[in-house]
Design a protein around this ligand. Sequence first.
Ligand code: GDP
Ligand code: MG
Length: 173
Amino acid sequence: AALSVDKGPLFKVILLGEAGVGKTAIFHRAKENSFNDGRKSTVGIDSFSLYVKVGDQQVTLGVWDTAGVERFRTITNNYYRGSHAAIFVYSVDEPSSIHYLGHWIRDLEEFSPEALKILVGNKKDLEGQISNETIELFNTGNECGLSVLTSAKTGEGIQDTFDTIAEMLVQKA
Ligand code: GDP
Ligand code: MG
């Protein structure tokens, strides 16, 4: 169940996926509507509160970024634990990035089996290298509730994705 804060129910939403797919870029696009091409990768966990309206209800998404620790496969159980939704990010120009998601899907299912799974193909502004069939197979095979394409660079799809996640979480709660 969601904790209640003054901005309505609080849902924990975590970002997962290979290093380089754009998790931190999605995080910053959602947080401050910015994109920094030369951003230095930092190591550590980072989070912020995103306030979203669902109809006339205010909800808070506590959004978490691994901020680089996935490189060392050292995402802790606490990162997964208590999450209400997990955003699995791959990059549309890097076919291996969708296959590697299986690793984090299994971890999520172990530590937070009830969490909603969201599949996000980022870098939509680049040329896609992954077929719709591959995406669809991964989506249905892993029971993701939503599959979307985004670009953290142009901002396309980012706001909509978090709005939809908030709606889905309110419906589920
Ligand atoms: P992370 O390791 O998953 O956190 O990935 P980053 O957010 O650090 O992004 C890795 C690289 O991809 C950086 O050079 C970003 O500028 C770039 N990047 C992230 N999102 C996009 C996008 O939507 N389009 C393009 N063209 N590049 C992106
Ligand atoms: Mg990062």
